[in-house]
Design a protein around this ligand. Structure first.
Ligand SMILES: [Cu+2]
Length: 117
């Protein structure tokens, strides 16, 4: 790898890293959810503001099985996160566009909603 390529990679990394640093922990809107097999996620409906950093913490007290094994928020959290008993799932994102974003399983079955105003 020559020096020019290294410089371009470093510049690209700084560009990506900079916006995240603008938000302090106290500017984050945090929510805590429980996951159980009988009730799925609770609570399941959230309202946040566009441009506000959001942290969703999911605490599974059961291990999810089958279709609902993973959780994601298409458009905000595109990587499915497995729901495993005792293993906290943390999803952090900063929604940019207002809208109703479904909380889903990995294949898109809705289980909740994040309303971005
Ligand atoms: Cu599914």
């Amino acid at each position: 790898m020559d020096i020019k390529r290294v410089t371009i990679l470093a510049a690209g990394f700084l560009t990506l890293a900079a916006p995240a640093a603008l938000f302090s922990a106290e500017g984050t809107k945090s929510f805590s959810l429980d996951y159980t097999r009988s009730k799925d996620i609770a609570p399941s409906s959230f309202t946040v503001k566009a441009g506000e950093k959001v942290r969703l913490e999911v605490n599974p007290t059961d291990t999810a099985t089958g279709c609902m094994s993973d959780i994601m928020v298409p458009g905000l959290v595109d990587k499915p996160q497995p729901l495993i008993k005792g293993k906290k799932v943390v999803m952090e994102f900063t929604p940019q566009k207002p809208g109703a974003y479904k909380i889903t399983c990995a294949m898109g079955v809705p289980r909740g909603v994040i309303n971005v105003r």
